[in-house]
Write a protein that binds this ligand. Structure first.
Ligand code: UD1
Ligand code: UDP
Length: 438
């Protein structure tokens, strides 16, 4: 089987790494397409080295630009490659412009798309990422969702549960596979020359709504100046460096003794840094997941999150760009042991580190059963009516579907929405289902 992987930015490289490993370990042909959205060595190439990834077969070199221009150029480049290479399936990851471009182009060429990390929703369409995730989900064939919560998001939008697979998040695979190696090889903590190792905050931010907004950026930077009880290590995203310089905020920050600004750090060093931190202060998506995976409290510089599981589990607090709230919460973590331990011990909702293997099982199974095809239907179904029903029969989802020629969409049981796995017993539940008629 020939499997295409489209990626373009730092987090996609990191989260696709275990998927790429799995594709190669199982002997499939890999077609690796880099869009070139991230191009600085420390935003792209360094991760290929750290994660021992093969060189991309194609790099489209789109570089930076407006969303329309960047996405359009990616689509043109990806289309040319896919027409030439004809992969059996294309995998995209997350919510960047690459996922939108890759999914849209592949689906229109009738190549099935697997969306890794599908179903996340912030319900905030002011974020470019929310638009990308929703549009990519519209163009996907398989949905590899990290949690049941993201699966429910999709079924409530009308996606078929049969196409949704709860795999966990592949970032856990990457973390687990690399932390031990990183601990042996990384010298980052010595290199930083920090005097106190008990009060490290790792800070990252790059989200447009923070770094392009002068007032929000001022508030966050104001908090950083006052967090003098901590050592703040700030590997700075190129976008953020540019806006800090433009707003005249950069030099004061560099001159603070407790703030250590560095270039973006390679993955192995970064893993060690975050695992030794007392707090991760971030607006990154991946960092919210890695924080709970590595038992480090996260303070998220956002007003909403498409990772609500981390907040519900107790490992992540949304502090927005609210200076006082940032200061109060950071101080509580440093000074209140019970509060710190509760956050630290929050249960990781993102699985055990075998997400990539589960994805490949699904893809191989579909390939073997000749199911990787987008074709016009041959069975006539004149109706696909949606119905709701209180079930009193002692029956599983699968038995119900076979008996009533139907598709169970979602189950409401004991005051909870439940994803309709085939073996779940639906007695005494309310279900939403489609009834086929021909
Ligand atoms: C992109 C993704 C975002 C993701 C982030 C990961 C979209 C819409 N955004 O945001 O979802 O969380 O990557 O880091 O896809 N730049 C460089 N060198 C580089 C890359 C970027 O200098 O290698 C600078 C350029 O000035 C560029 C700016 O950073 O204009 C923003 O880059 P861009 O890729 O457009 O968006 P990100 O903020 O990186
Ligand atoms: N990361 C890294 N070095 C850094 C900053 C981040 O290796 O200096 C990693 C981090 O561990 C995570 C990913 O980059 O896996 C997150 O990328 P980013 O925050 O750019 O994107 P997002 O996850 O918000 O889309």
């Amino acid at each position: 089987m020939k499997i295409g992987v489209v990626l373009g930015t730092r987090p996609e490289i990191i989260k696709m790494a275990p998927v790429i490993d799995e594709i190669q370990n199982r002997g499939h042909e890999l077609l690796l397409i880099h869009t070139g959205q991230h191009y600085d060595k420390e935003m792209s190439e360094d991760f290929f080295i750290d994660l021992e990834l093969p060189k991309p077969n194609y790099n489209i070199h789109v570089g930076s630009g407006s969303h329309g221009k960047q996405t359009g150029l990616m689509m043109k480049g990806i289309e040319e490659v896919l027409i030439k290479e004809k992969p059996d399936i294309v995998l995209v990851q997350g919510d960047t412009n690459a996922v939108l471009a890759g999914a849209l182009v592949a689906q229109k060429l009738h190549i099935p798309v697997g969306h890794v990390e599908a179903g996340l929703r912030s319900f905030d369409v002011s974020m470019p990422e929310e638009i990308n995730r929703m549009a990519a989900d519209d163009c996907s064939y398989f949905y590899f969702v990290p949690t049941e919560e993201s699966a429910i998001n999709l079924v409530l939008e009308g996606y078929s549960p049969k196409d949704i697979f709860i795999t966990g998040n592949s970032v856990v695979d990457t973390c687990y596979r690399n932390l031990k190696i990183a601990e042996k090889t990384s010298t980052i903590i010595d290199d930083l020359g920090l005097e106190n190792l008990d009060n490290i905050i790792t800070l990252t931010m790059h989200r447009a709504e923070n770094v392009d907004d002068k007032e929000r950026l001022h508030n966050i930077i104001g908090a950083l100046h006052e967090l003098k009880d901590f050592n703040i290590v700030f590997p700075i995203h190129p976008r953020t460096k540019k806006t800090l310089e433009r707003f005249g905020l950069y030099d004061d920050l560099v001159n603070e003794k407790h703030i250590h600004i560095t270039k973006p750090i390679g993955y192995l060093d970064f893993l060690v840094l975050i695992s030794k931190s007392i707090i991760i202060l971030t607006d990154s998506g991946g960092l919210q997941e890695e924080a709970i995976t590595l038992n480090v409290p996260a303070l998220t510089l956002r007003y909403n999150t498409e990772r609500p599981e981390t907040v519900e589990a107790g490992g992540n607090i949304l502090v927005g760009a609210d200076k006082n709230y940032i200061l109060e919460t950071a101080s509580k973590i440093l000074n209140d042991n019970d509060f710190y331990n509760k956050m630290k011990n929050a249960k990781n909702p993102y699985g055990n580190g075998n997400a990539a293997s589960k994805m490949l099982d699904v893809i191989e199974n579909a390939y073997e059963n000749n199911n990787l095809k987008i074709e016009a239907p041959e069975t006539i179904y004149s109706g696909f009516k949606v119905e709701m029903k209180q079930v009193s029969e002692d029956i599983t989802v699968k038995e119900f579907e076979d008996k009533y020629n139907s598709l169970v969409r979602v189950i409401y049981k004991n005051d909870n929405m439940v994803f309709p796995q085939e073996n779940i017993n639906i007695k005494d539940s309310i279900i939403l289902f489609n009834k086929y008629s021909n």
